[in-house]
Design a protein around this ligand. Structure first.
Ligand code: HXC
Length: 262
């Protein structure tokens, strides 16, 4: 696929590298349209299938991670276009299917669908310039890509209702206090810190990384009892891997583990 709305790079030196995706519609503050989402889905799938990639990072620009769904694309939509055409959502499901970790590196505005895209990533590292919001209500709509579900899970009901009903933006410090983002760093350090986090994941055993991701996600989709049992079965199965032997023997021998990905 030819990418016109995103930039694709590989970063890192080791046997497994980081797939870096940069949203790139600068004039529209990275507003998300079907073309961009199709490209994002294709790039995520390609990195997920690539054995040389251990982790994926999605980022935007200094001004905006993404300012939401493209309002000019949907202004004249009717029900047939939105529901019948499964507007945008058809591409969003791709992100949920990615098995490798996906980190969002957010600077500037992450609004509406942009905030929802960041929340669909496995964790968010924010620059001190980041601003999160779900301002859809001002447009006469509501969040449509998981915002009303993921924001309360991340921040609790009070803050989620406040943001969704008043459309106020939340800065990076408040987002970190509330648990929406995992860390806040100065803007100048955003990519260094995020790529270092990705690099540290690249060095691990891919099977344990994917199972850890799958198991944490399960915490949001079922009961505690089901989740704990799911985790236990994955935990047990990792003792079938050579990487478990290597990880534990390396610890006991006081050396760094070298995982063989099997
Ligand atoms: C289309 C957008 C856009 C968007 C910004 N632009 N956001 N175009 N869709 N979501 C365009 C502007 O029209 C403008 O184009 C250019 O980007 C720069 O924006 P400005 O408004 O001039 O910049 P600024 O004053 O700095 O304000 C930045 C901003 C503001 C706070 C981010 O642009 C804004 O409020 N944007 C809309 C945010 C929003 O409502 N998002 C939710 C969308 S609905 P020109 O041509 O004038 O230079 C949604 C639903 C998701 O996301 C559902 C998923 C299925």
């Amino acid at each position: 696929m030819v990418y016109e709305n995103i930039l694709i790079e590989r970063r890192g030196e080791g046997p497994r590298q980081t797939g870096l995706i940069t949203l790139n519609r600068p004039k529209q503050m990275n507003a998300l349209n079907d073309a961009l989402m199709d490209e994002l889905g294709a790039a995520l799938k390609a990195f997920d299938a690539d054995a040389g990639i251990g982790c994926i990072v999605i980022t935007g620009s200094e001004k905006a991670f993404a300012a939401g769904a493209d309002i000019s694309a949907m202004v004249n939509f009717n029900l047939e276009d939105s529901y019948g055409g499964d507007f945008i959502t058809r591409n969003w499901e791709t992100i949920r299917t990615i098995r490798k970790p996906v980190i969002a590196a957010v600077a500037g505005f992450a609004l509406g669908g942009g905030c929802e895209l960041a929340m669909m990533c496995d964790f968010i590292i924010a620059a001190d310039t980041a601003k999160f919001g779900q301002p859809e209500i001002r447009l006469g709509i509501i969040p449509g890509a998981g915002g009303t579900q993921r924001l309360p899970r991340a921040l609790g009901k009070a803050k989620a209702m406040d943001m969704i009903l008043t459309s106020r933006m939340m800065d990076a410090a408040e987002a970190e206090r509330g648990g929406l983002v995992s860390r806040v760093v100065p803007f100048a350090d955003l990519m260094t810190v995020t790529l270092a986090a990705a690099e540290s994941i690249n060095e691990l055993s891919a099977m344990s990384v994917m199972m850890a991701k799958e198991s944490v996600n399960r915490a949001f989709e079922g009961t505690l009892a089901d989740g704990v049992m799911f985790e236990r079965r994955l935990f047990h199965s990792l003792f079938a891997t050579a990487d478990q032997k290597e990880g534990m023997n390396a610890f006991l021998s006081k050396r760094k583990a070298t995982f063989k990905q099997r």
